[in-house]
Design a protein around this ligand. Structure first.
Ligand code: BGC
Length: 369
């Protein structure tokens, strides 16, 4: 081959590779080939990096091609991500929205192009442009957190500090609703005394709360899923607390990231003699906190199952089959067919069995197991 020919073939290879890269490397044709776009809310929380890794593991040995994009806590970036994926010709979109209501316009754009939309973990609200929802049982997550505080508290009049997720995330409502369903009778009978939310105290005789009532409480105790905001709120609450609101306390923290920062604040207050604090996600840092007795529990949501369900649904759709669902969720506009997964409570007693023996994590990732 002449030098010129060699250069030309090299150029051709470079062009072909860049073209494939621009297409997300997606091959088309053949009954098994798929093109699935995945949009996750942020890389800044270990929870979603965990999902990314599990998606990568799940597709590693298949012929399927996917592309995963992060929205970094911005609905505008999320919309751009969806548009990017639409330009790459995806057939199925799996999306965990940053803001469940704001994501409506992004998924409507996808539906307009005939793409099947699967909401992942977080529901997209007030739109009919969503086909399926794969989720954990989020009400059960909150109920497990509340029940843990009940089962592990002693005596009565225990100060109860309440924290919640972001109001833009439908899950934050479900988690709190689940927690309230078990905690409210124990607040009403005096086992717990709410220490940091006048809105929750005003509603403490009420077993069921409307969305609007939940919004009022969440407005007061939200962490926005931000560990820093959680830390600042916890500091403010402890500064305002009187002696009766200290001592042995119980803390409802919505997830691991916020639980660790709230726990650190309570641990550094000499008038707090003991605290119980909940969490969820089984993030590695919180698993270590549980082993070290700095966080009381976490709710383990096996992301492998959620990824398997979401990818399974996507493949069904691409093969022209109807995905199996187990129920539905009202998103304010339609009943979205849903597949739901159970959750597992993890504390110091079963952490090894649930997270190491199940091969979710490796023992050498932790100390003092
Ligand atoms: C997820 C949680 C997560 C939280 C903050 C929720 O929608 O279900 O697992 O901790 O968002 O990202």
């Amino acid at each position: 081959m002449s030098k010129k020919m060699k250069l030309l073939s090299l150029l051709f290879v470079i062009l072909a590779v860049s073209f494939l890269a621009a297409c997300g490397g997606s091959e088309t044709g053949g009954s098994g080939s798929v093109s699935v776009g995945i949009v996750l809310p942020t890389r800044d929380e270990p929870r979603w990096v965990q999902d990314e890794q599990r998606f990568k593991d799940a597709i590693a040995d298949t012929e399927y091609t996917t592309e995963i994009l992060f929205s970094q806590g911005s609905s505008a970036s999320e919309k751009e991500n969806v548009e990017t994926l639409l330009n790459r010709g995806i057939d199925v979109l799996i999306i965990a929205p940053h803001d469940g209501a704001a994501a409506g316009s992004a998924v409507e754009a996808a539906k307009d192009e005939g793409v099947t939309v699967i909401a992942y973990d977080r529901l997209i609200t007030d739109t009919d442009a969503i086909d399926y929802y794969v989720t954990f049982d989020s009400v059960a997550v909150g109920a497990a957190q509340g029940q843990y505080l009940i089962d592990n508290s002693e005596g009565s009049g225990v100060p109860l500090y309440l924290y919640a997720g972001a109001s833009s995330d439908n899950n934050a409502f479900l988690f709190f609703e689940g927690a309230w369903s078990v905690l409210q009778p124990k607040i009403a009978d005096g086992t717990f005394v709410i220490a940091n939310s006048s809105e929750a105290t005003a509603l403490q005789e009420q077993a069921e709360l409307s969305r609007e009532e939940l919004s009022r409480i969440l407005g007061q105790i939200t962490t926005n899923w931000d560990p820093n905001e959680a830390k600042n709120k916890a500091e403010t609450h402890l500064t305002a607390a009187n002696a009766e609101q200290k001592g042995d306390v119980a803390i409802l923290a919505p997830n691991d990231g916020t639980a660790r920062s709230i726990a650190d604040v309570f641990a550094s207050d000499s008038e707090i003699t003991h605290y119980l604090v909940t969490g969820q996600d089984a993030e590695k840092a919180s698993v270590q906190y549980v082993i070290d007795d700095k966080q009381s529990m976490t709710v383990f949501k096996d992301v492998r199952t959620l990824v398997e369900d979401a990818m399974g649904m996507a493949l069904d759709v691409l093969d022209g089959n109807t995905p199996e669902t187990t129920g539905s969720y009202d998103n304010g506009s339609i009943d979205v067919p849903a597949k739901q997964t159970d959750v597992i409570v993890v504390d110091g007693d079963n952490v090894k069995q649930e997270l190491i023996d199940s091969e979710y994590y490796e023992a050498n990732e932790f100390s003092g197991l």
